[in-house]
Design a protein around this ligand. Structure first.
Ligand SMILES: [Zn+2]
Length: 455
């Protein structure tokens, strides 16, 4: 789908028949839908908004729970629950990581929520219902106002076709500061655009930043767009930003997982993976943040294509991962820092993710993270935790920040943006601006630090 269409102005995700097929059930059964033939349900060019709402997986009466097991028996009860029901985890990303005193966020369909509730009550597990009807929250977010033919906006979540057109526009409007580079194509053959911003033209430093590796984390692409706007608007006005951009470049990938991002708009708001297909399974998608060649396929990643943390058939098996690793390998002499942006849970993490061991640079990275987090809270008082990934969240393998670090790029950080679970992946648009503003502060701290190092 979308094959061969490269001009962002002519491309619209709603127009592809496969995406148009109405979903009836779980994510992993998507392919069944596609097998039902291509009797298109719609004429090309249907009004986008109406269609999004009708084709989207509805989540009607699905409930989002937050549970907090206090003892091993309760931990085991929760794991048991996940083994007998379709429990969709928000945090942590699978039942394997549930430990005592952890706040576990997940949703289940309407018909399973009663079983969940009675099982938790029977085991005296402390819980609350974060959203009694997931459908309502999602529909509010993908509303007519958000999703209609309105223009690209920095304070709204933008569909891919708007972001894509924006990458072309912003480069054209700011030729002295911004340029657009295509680094590859996604599985569904959409062009992956990288925006380079900065004046550095010699052998100077650069920071690579990507957003949207996980499709449902919509605040992440919103941040990459915001950061670029901020860079352009304050260059020449704000002394600090001017100094940064005079002396280093940023390579910004606004949406890493474009196919998944589109799927999260058109079919399943809570989609995480890419949209690649494997020959030996009906399940679709790879967790691109488990697909990097660092301890690939070991901790917190699955070889089962139906799992949310499916790591792909081999390291860098996915075209999206390959595009990024190839670009970074080709720019190893200039890229001095790497930032990857996720949500949610308000954290600033650094390697390692795949082991509890500390890197040789642990103390320094910890210090930089501490300063960055301080800068974040200086704006609105939001607290972000910081530390190595494995220790601060839980171990995970094949992740981008570990791989980048293994390439000799020391300053490798992963942001987990707002919030702490009140809205989770469904962060309201009213929080885009303050979230982005506070994270800009952190990025500046990291950029200044990198600039001041003799690297
Ligand atoms: Zn993520």
């Amino acid at each position: 789908m979308g094959v061969g269409i490269t001009a962002e102005t002519s491309y619209h995700p709603m127009k592809t028949p496969e995406e148009a097929h109405k979903l009836e059930n779980k994510d992993d059964r998507d392919q069944l839908q596609q097998k039902r033939g291509r009797k298109s349900l719609l004429a090309l060019g249907l009004i986008a908004t109406a269609f999004v709402l009708s084709s989207m997986q509805s989540f009607d009466s699905a409930k989002v729970f937050r549970a907090k097991p206090h003892n091993e028996k309760q931990v085991n009860a929760m794991k048991y629950l996940a083994s007998i029901l379709q429990v969709n985890f928000w945090y942590p990303d699978s039942e394997l990581h549930i430990v005592r005193e952890m706040e576990v966020d997940f949703y289940v369909s309407a018909d399973q929520s009663n079983i969940v509730q009675s099982l938790m009550e029977k085991n005296k597990i402390q819980y609350e219902v974060l959203f009694p009807n997931l459908k309502e929250v999602i529909e509010k977010q993908v509303s007519k106002e958000t999703n209609s033919t309105s223009r690209h906006s920095y304070t709204k979540y933008n569909e891919w076709h708007k972001i894509s057109a924006w990458t072309a526009r912003i480069a054209k409007k700011n030729p002295k500061l911004v340029s657009r580079i295509q680094i590859g194509n996604t599985f569904e053959k959409r062009p992956m655009y990288l925006l380079k911003v900065g004046k550095e033209s010699g052998r100077g430093k650069a920071i690579f930043m990507d957003c949207g590796i996980h499709a449902r984390e919509w605040i992440s692409p919103a941040f990459c767009q915001w950061f670029l706007k901020e860079a352009i608007q304050t260059y020449g006005m704000d002394q600090n930003m001017t100094n940064i951009l005079d002396n280093m470049n940023f390579y910004i990938l606004p949406v890493f997982n474009i196919d998944g991002y589109i799927w999260s708009w058109t079919q399943n708001r809570l989609w995480r993976k890419s949209r690649s297909k494997t020959s030996n399974s009906d399940c679709v998608g790879v967790d691109l943040n488990r697909n990097f060649g660092i301890a690939w396929g070991t901790v917190d990643s699955s070889k089962n294509p139906c799992k949310e943390t499916y790591c792909g058939s081999s390291a860098e098996s996915e075209p999206e991962t390959k595009a990024v690793t190839t670009f970074i390998r080709n720019h190893l002499s200039s890229i001095k820092a790497y930032l990857t942006v996720h949500s949610y849970s308000q954290m600033l993490l650094f390697p390692y993710g795949y082991t509890y061991n500390e890197t040789p640079d642990h103390d320094e990275l910890n210090e930089v993270a501490k300063e960055a987090v301080k800068a974040i809270s200086s704006l609105y008082g939001e607290e972000y935790k910081y530390g190595s990934s494995a220790i601060t969240i839980y171990p995970s393998s094949g992740c981008s920040e570990d791989w980048v670090y293994s390439q000799g790029i020391k300053y490798s950080f992963a942001f987990e943006l707002r919030d702490k679970g009140k809205y989770g992946f469904l962060l309201p648009e009213s929080q885009i601006k303050p979230t982005c503003q506070e994270i800009v502060q952190a990025v500046k701290v990291i950029a200044n630090y990198v600039l001041n190092q003799a690297l």
